[in-house]
Design a protein around this ligand. Structure first.
Ligand code: PHE
Length: 338
């Protein structure tokens, strides 16, 4: 039996050396170690071995089984290594990886967030109002007479029920003053505004404004100037010059347009109009007082300033964008630059 075992081992190892595929290896395993395999059949003969030889034969049996099992495993490993090498053939692991593009905030969102952050530091809180407005909130309460050109059907989108798409965020001034309990009012309201404009490089029918309103006792024009100068210097840089030009708005008196002087690449410095502002017209406080039925906004007691700026404009200036339509086209080639 011992010589039989020796023979199985040497023949087996010799056969293994010639095996080069998985199917052949499996056939070999079954032929030797399987239920009816040569080694298994011999092992069954153990019970006929005389007791004094059992230990020796048993040890030999284990030795042969181990040798063959190890032989099979070695071939298996070699086959696997060859298979792996085959599957990555031609792959250059020194090539740089392909970066997956990461998203970024829209330039308008970034400008809006920065404007909000800056004004919040000055104590302004966020306020909101509907984009579909009543004529009263958008015009009447803001001292805008019925024949004012801004109320024209050519300039404003009216709904069949007489409401309209707000033409400016100044309606939020009214909404806020109507509902607050007490002074001071110090709010900012970013949001969309709508005008029936011919669409071109500087006009869209929807654009983004940021409204500001500060009402209390003794709010002065100096407060307005200081606040907005600080604001624009935060937005555009410390050295930014700000200019207030007399203007007219129905709801502020006096009123100003604000220009900032900016370096435009490759051009002489330019004054660019960027916002409207002024001291809240007492007529607005009168309308609010009538609507509220109380004296919190008594025009003889309170003063305030308001401002409205174009966020699209701000973003365009800050990033040197020459066509406002880029801001809404969602072209990744444009957006990826920010
Ligand atoms: N609502 C004005 C506009 O859209 C801007 C403005 C706001 C002016 C507040 C004065 C005060 O042009």
């Amino acid at each position: 039996m011992l010589s039989q075992l020796d023979q199985i081992q040497s023949e087996g190892l010799a056969a293994l050396a010639t095996i080069h595929d998985e199917a052949a290896l499996e056939n070999f395993r079954v032929a030797v170690l399987g239920k009816k395999g040569s080694l298994t059949s011999i092992a069954a003969g153990m019970r006929n071995v005389p007791p004094d030889q059992k230990a020796v034969v048993g040890a030999k049996l284990n030795e042969v089984r181990t040798a063959l099992t190890q032989g099979i495993e070695q071939i298996q490993l070699a086959l696997q290594v060859a298979k792996d090498a085959e599957s990555v053939k031609g792959l250059d692991i020194t090539l740089p990886g392909r970066p997956s593009p990461s998203g970024a905030l829209h330039p308008l969102t970034r400008i809006r967030d920065k404007a909000i952050q800056t004004l919040r530091r000055l104590g302004f809180a966020l306020a909101d109002g509907p984009e579909i407005e009543t004529e009263w909130h958008c015009f009447d309460a803001l001292n805008t007479p019925a024949d004012h050109p801004a109320r024209n059907e050519k300039d404003t989108f009216y709904l069949p029920d007489g409401r309209l798409l707000r033409t400016h965020t100044s309606s939020v001034q009214v909404r806020t003053m109507e509902t607050v309990k007490s002074l001071p009012v110090r709010i900012i309201a970013p949001g969309a505004a709508y005008r029936r404009d011919e669409i071109d490089a500087t006009h869209l029918s929807v654009f983004n404004q940021l409204e500001g309103l500060y009402v209390d006792k003794n709010v002065s024009l100096a407060d307005l100037k200081g606040t907005l100068e600080y604001f624009f210097q935060e937005m555009f840089g410390e050295k930014t010059q700000v200019r207030f030009r007399p203007h007219f708005f129905p709801f502020t008196e006096p009123s100003f347009e604000i220009d900032v002087k900016l370096e435009v690449k490759g051009q002489a410095d330019k004054w660019i109009e960027i916002a409207g502002c002024g001291m809240v017209d007492p007529a607005v406080f009168t309308a609010i007082s009538q609507s509220r039925g109380d004296q919190v906004f008594d025009p003889n007691e309170v003063t305030g300033f308001a401002f409205g700026l174009g966020l699209d404009r701000l973003a365009m200036i800050l990033h040197g964008i020459t066509d406002i339509r880029h801001l809404i086209e969602n072209d990744v080639r444009f957006l990826a630059q920010f």
